[in-house]
Design a protein around this ligand. Structure first.
Ligand SMILES: Cc1ncc(COP(=O)(O)O)c(C=O)c1O
Length: 382
């Protein structure tokens, strides 16, 4: 067999799901292609109504929504913020940019979410915020996390990059923290290539959020006729996407039921066809507590060892199938080490990082493609 045959099933494929081209053409024809045009307002309103969030602001990425959050919470040098070590760099970097000291907590071995039982021990008088990440769109234990945050006077920020339309105890993810961040990167359920959203659950933060997003100016207030000129009033940056991107995204959000139903079918088919094989080989499949509605963002599995994980990636690739792994533990990264991270600090994160593999997963993955992935996986020689 050749070393690298042509790719037959890629890991991710962003797909048009509705009126993306039509809406982008409308935005262009209306000659309103900078930020906060009609499609941005429509996308904000759709998310506000569906999720029940007082204010949603589209952003240029989830990373930027998180950066805005760190500014909004007035994170100062030396403030401590608690994160799971098993997450994407941006979750943490956004706060470190303001001078925060990251405090890494381990994850639960079942959902791979922040382990709430270890949270209390990470809190100090300097703790300013706790940032749970709803990994794979399955909710963190929000009751316990909110209670610890309340007792320690820390803000809860949800990194909901994976979890749009997922629920915890019948309530949408992104509505629990004072602030939450969404991603519309091309790997996400809903995309415009690069994009994100800031969810603001405390209305008192809306005005400042608008200023931070508009380069530190009160331009939004000027456009609404609330002031007669706009000027520099705070720190900020350019966090608003072009209305062309918002038009693309709005077309996707309109198709949310179809997209989520298709992804649910893909997820269920993997689970049904891999579960016996997985239990026979001590492979852990995703766990979704019964009080959580997952967002069907990804399908992962944990192989018994690093070598078996690497072997399966190679085996799949040799059969034309792309699979990937993530995240490298942040406490062991070059930056994490500068903040005192060392091996053994977060043992579950360190193990999971070595064992996790993600199978191809996107809205229009066909049954034929999925059968190929499943059959090839079942053929893997342990
Ligand atoms: C948990 C998490 N947070 C934040 C991000 C950053 O998202 P974006 O690429 O939209 O900035 C990602 C990216 O995949 C992520 O997985």
């Amino acid at each position: 067999m050749p070393e690298n045959p042509p790719l037959l099933v890629e890991f991710n494929r962003p797909v048009m799901m509705g009126k993306e081209n039509e809406y982008m053409a409308q935005a262009i024809a209306a000659a309103k292609i900078s930020g906060d045009g009609p499609f941005t307002r429509k996308a904000n309103a759709l998310l506000e109504q569906q999720l029940g969030v007082p204010k949603v602001l589209l952003t240029t990425s989830c990373t930027h929504a998180l950066e805005m959050i760190a500014i909004l919470l007035d994170i100062q040098p030396g403030d401590e913020v608690v994160f799971p070590s098993f997450t994407f760099v941006s979750t943490v970097n956004a706060f470190v940019l303001r001078g925060a000291k990251p405090v890494f907590a381990d994850i639960r071995p079942d959902t791979l979410n922040l382990d709430e039982s270890q949270l209390e021990a990470k809190i100090t008088p300097r703790t300013k915020a706790i940032v749970p990440v709803h990994y794979a769109g399955v909710a963190c234990e929000m009751d316990a996390i909110l209670e610890i945050a309340r007792r320690s006077n820390a803000a809860v920020v949800e990194d909901n990059a994976h979890g749009l339309f997922g629920k915890y105890k019948d309530r949408y993810l992104g509505t629990f923290g004072v602030l939450a961040a969404q991603s519309f990167h091309e790997t996400k359920n809903f995309t415009c290539g690069e994009g994100g959203a800031l969810l603001i659950n405390n209305p008192a933060l809306v005005e400042r959020a608008e200023i931070i997003r508009e380069k530190g100016t009160n331009r939004s207030h000027f456009f609404r006729g609330q002031v007669d000129k706009y000027t520099w009033v705070d720190i900020g940056s350019s966090y608003l996407p072009s209305d062309i991107l918002a038009a693309f995204l709005y077309a996707q959000l309109e198709q949310r039921e179809k997209i989520q139903t298709q992804r649910q079918m893909v997820w269920n088919y993997y689970y049904k066809n891999l579960k016996d094989w997985a239990s026979a080989h001590e492979i852990q499949l995703p766990y979704v507590p019964e009080y959580c509605d997952q967002a069907y963002h990804m399908f992962y599995m944990l192989l018994p060892t690093f070598e078996l994980r690497q072997g399966l990636i190679t085996h799949l690739r040799q059969c034309g199938i792309e699979s990937v792994f993530h995240y490298l533990p942040l406490h062991l990264s070059e930056m994490g080490a500068r903040f005192g991270g060392k091996p053994g600090d977060c043992p579950v994160t360190e193990r999971v990082s070595d064992q996790l593999l993600r199978l191809p997963f996107y809205n229009v993955l066909t049954r034929e493609e999925q059968d190929r992935v499943i059959e090839t996986t079942l053929e893997y020689d342990f």
